[in-house]
Write a protein that binds this ligand. Structure first.
Ligand code: SAH
Ligand code: SF4
Ligand code: F3S
Length: 446
């Protein structure tokens, strides 16, 4: 707490791990906390409330959180008034086990209880007891709490969740267990949130969901394609992005909507996860190499300039040399603009954790390196094909290492670096690509 001009100020610091959904959730938590007087800070030393919004998707994500929990013990000793809470997917997964292991945690709030946050914090302010609330009925979709205030982090790009949870149960994945069943927000609530973001000066929105293609299958008020069209029409919006698309149900209507849309970005994140039917089946991904290939053909026929990105997992149980060779061939055939590559991580409670033929760690690492080498070469070649092309860039601000070099993204989600003159964040400029590289495109303003 700080006293400024005779008034007490309370601060909350968030540590956010995991995916954009967690970033969006933290913005909603910060919005609620503002209503009871907490300002968001990046400075741990002045925080009265510290929240780790956790991820459980891989063991490494959990290890990082355990490390942080350990560090915070010292902070709590120095400042016993500090309230320390764990939220997010690991809170959901581990529940009261977290407090048993680390009693300096004051509260653990599950993914379905985000709206309870202010109540819990006020309870602890008064009584200083432990609170654990991670109730989540695996069979029932919890209600969506609408109307909660949002304290967004950036100033140009807004995250807008359109649905929560996942029904797909890919055999490696913990998400359906910690996020519950799919539920879609009402289209009017999504549109209203986008309108509000635009009114606050945001230029770009990213619609979020574990599988946006199944948006609306629960309430039947609008399909994802229909929602895209509604958001595209919001007055003043410049760019609309979305993730993630599950390949099993990306519809023709969605592809057409992007082709016809005015502000819908031509970038599709379409995680394939693997490139052999044997493993796709074991992963319960429901599509085949052949059907995925057809889908990509369709996308490229209608959206020839679209960028295509993916997620890949190596070392899934039962992966053979032959599977891996097929995977590399598939990458070379599809030619993604870029890929997030992961080593399979055993998640207890998921079917894959019980499978035989778990792959040796050394083999997993070797395959990851081989995979990344192939993908990096492809990313470089695709970027090199953009040499001398003029691309529209939304200006974001100075790059990390050099204030005179500014950065922005193309609509296809490529990072562009250029020498700063008088551009301001939020400007849309034309940049000619002069030095394409694997991860970034360097260019000059024209
Ligand atoms: N709903 C999204 C992804 C959510 S998790 C989708 O279906 O595409 C993000 C990525 O983490 C996944 O695409 C997958 O590649 C990876 N992932 C999930 N569980 C994993 C595990 N147990 N080990 C390694 N990677 C995993
Ligand atoms: Fe996990 Fe599969 Fe759901 Fe994505 S679609 S969140 S990978 S279960
Ligand atoms: Fe992690 Fe939960 Fe997202 S497990 S990837 S933070 S949905």
């Amino acid at each position: 707490m700080k006293i400024i001009d005779g008034k007490a100020h309370r601060y909350v610091k968030f540590l956010v791990y995991g995916c954009q959904m967690n970033v969006a959730d933290a913005e909603r938590m910060a919005g609620q906390l503002a209503a009871i007087g907490y300002e968001r800070t990046e400075d741990t030393d002045i925080a009265d409330l510290l929240i780790i919004n956790t991820c459980a998707v891989r063991e490494t994500a959990e290890d990082k959180v355990y490390g942080k929990i350990g560090e915070i013990k010292k902070l709590k000793r120095e400042n016993p008034q500090l309230i320390f809470g764990i939220t997010g997917c690991m809170a959901q997964k581990e529940s009261d086990k977290l407090i048993k292991r680390a009693p300096h945690i004051d509260f653990v709030l599950g993914t379905g209880q985000v709206h309870e946050l202010t109540k819990v914090v006020q309870e602890i302010q008064q009584e200083r007891g432990h609170v654990v609330n991670t109730a989540l009925d695996a069979k029932v979709a919890p209600a969506i709490a609408e109307g909660s205030p949002i304290a967004r982090e950036g100033s140009l790009s807004a995250w807008v969740p359109i649905m929560y949870g996942c029904n797909n149960f890919c055999t490696y994945c913990i998400v359906p267990y910690v996020r519950g069943r799919e539920r879609s927000r009402r289209p009017e609530d999504v549109v209203k949130e986008v309108e509000q973001a635009v009114a606050q000066g945001y230029k770009e929105v990213t619609l979020l969901g574990q599988n946006v293609n199944s948006y609306g299958k629960d309430h039947k008020l609008a399909t994802f394609a229909e929602l895209l069209k509604m958001v595209d029409k919001v007055e003043g919006i410049k760019r609309v992005r979305f993730m993630t698309s599950h390949p099993k149900d990306l519809s023709d209507e969605v592809i057409d909507a992007i082709a016809e849309g005015e502000h819908l970005c031509e970038h599709i994140h379409l995680p394939v996860q693997y490139g052999s039917n044997h493993l796709l089946k074991a992963m319960n991904r429901v599509y085949t190499v052949e059907s995925y290939r057809e889908l990509v053909k369709k996308i490229r026929a209608k959206l020839p300039h679209a960028s295509l990105t993916t997620d890949l997992i190596v070392g899934f149980p039962g992966e053979t040399e032959d599977d891996f060779a097929q995977m590399l061939d598939f990458l070379k055939e599809i030619r993604y603009d870029s890929a997030y590559t992961f080593i399979y991580s055993k998640r207890s409670g998921t079917p894959a954790a019980e499978m035989e033929n778990q792959v040796d760690d050394a083999v997993k690492k070797e395959r990851l390196n081989a995979l990344m080498a192939v993908q990096n070469q492809i990313s470089l070649e695709i970027n090199q094909s953009l040499q001398d092309k003029v691309m529209e860039v939304m200006v974001e601000g100075p790059s990390k290492n050099d204030d005179s070099v500014w950065t922005g993204h193309t609509c296809t989600n490529k990072i562009v670096l250029f020498n700063h003159q008088d551009e301001q964040p939020g400007d849309f400029i034309q940049v000619k690509i002069t030095h394409p590289q694997t991860w970034v495109l360097k260019g000059i303003r024209v």
